[in-house]
Design a protein around this ligand. Structure first.
Ligand code: ADP
Ligand code: ADP
Length: 233
């Protein structure tokens, strides 16, 4: 599970023009739950994503995964901590000169996994996302939806506890979006991950979210179970 506690990000702190982009964000996502963060452009979604996966240091507040406060870690602990949160980015940022399988293998290689264990794990992951037969294709030979599924496989390579999806369905056609959302629910149900699904697309959240937080001007202005919320598009 992931607990976000009073997460605040101020850019330009200590200057004459500080900007509070995230203002005491609180939420908890249990294992086996999909929490959607939805909000308009400028709400703070990408800053939130970067604070959650520790690419950006919050000004204050905590990101706690399975009881461990990741924001309290030093540089060396941070490398390990990043493994607990797998991220699927917008249009997946796959390496163009590597095949699907080689892209999924990347995190395992960085970790120093053996060739045999990497090969087996990559095969399992590509199977999970339904791309076993595309292992040797390069990103430009895959559709946008297939590339995002490779992105999911790569994000899961190190067995994270949390999957973070940052505008990952933006730019996908409806069929590819469906496949992606179905995979997210599989990841929730079969692997039991806590999923944080960040998007500006209101129509996607009603299909996957268990709980929703509506982000506006850096604050969660509405928060609850999907069934209980009245969400204006
Ligand atoms: P921090 O307080 O975290 O050190 P800074 O204010 O130094 O953050 O800004 C971090 C980076 O963001 C800097 O490179 C800065 O130039 C850039 N930046 C500043 N204002 C904006 C803005 N409005 N939009 C995007 N980037 C910005
Ligand atoms: P979203 O992803 O929801 O569009 P962002 O997190 O990109 O929102 O941005 C939220 C607000 O924070 C915007 O007003 C943006 O200008 C501001 N912002 C983003 N990065 C910086 C930065 N480095 N420095 C100052 N302001 C920033």
């Amino acid at each position: 599970m992931i607990e976000v506690v009073e997460l605040t990000k101020v850019f330009g702190a200590g200057t004459s023009k500080p900007t509070t982009v995230l203002d005491e964000i609180d939420f908890t996502v249990d294992s086996g739950e999909i929490f959607a963060v939805v909000g308009p452009s400028g709400a703070g979604k990408s800053t939130l994503a970067r604070c959650l996966n520790l690419l950006e240091r919050p000004t204050s507040g905590k990101v706690v995964v399975n009881g461990e406060d990741l924001t309290a870690l030093g540089t060396s602990g941070l490398r390990d901590a990043r493994r607990r949160i797998g991220t699927v980015f917008q249009s997946s940022s796959l390496l163009a000169r590597r095949t699907a399988a080689e892209n999924v293998a990347l995190p395992l290689e960085y970790l120093g996994a053996t060739k045999a264990s990497t090969r087996a794990r990559v095969a399992d992951l590509l199977d999970l996302v339904g791309l076993a037969d595309k292992a040797n294709l390069y990103p430009h030979q895959l559709s946008g939806g297939q590339r995002q599924r490779v992105g999911i496989a790569r994000a899961l390579a190190l067995k994270p506890s949390v999957l973070l999806s940052d505008e990952a369905t933006s730019g996908l056609d409806p069929a590819a979006t469906d496949t992606f959302l179905n995979l997210l629910t599989e990841v929730r149900d079969e692997l039991g991950l806590a999923v944080v699904f960040i998007t500006h697309e209101m129509d996607t959240i009603v299909r996957v979210a268990d709980t929703v937080g509506r982000l506006d001007h850096g604050r969660i202005v509405e928060h609850g179970r999907l069934d209980d919320l009245v969400l204006d598009p």
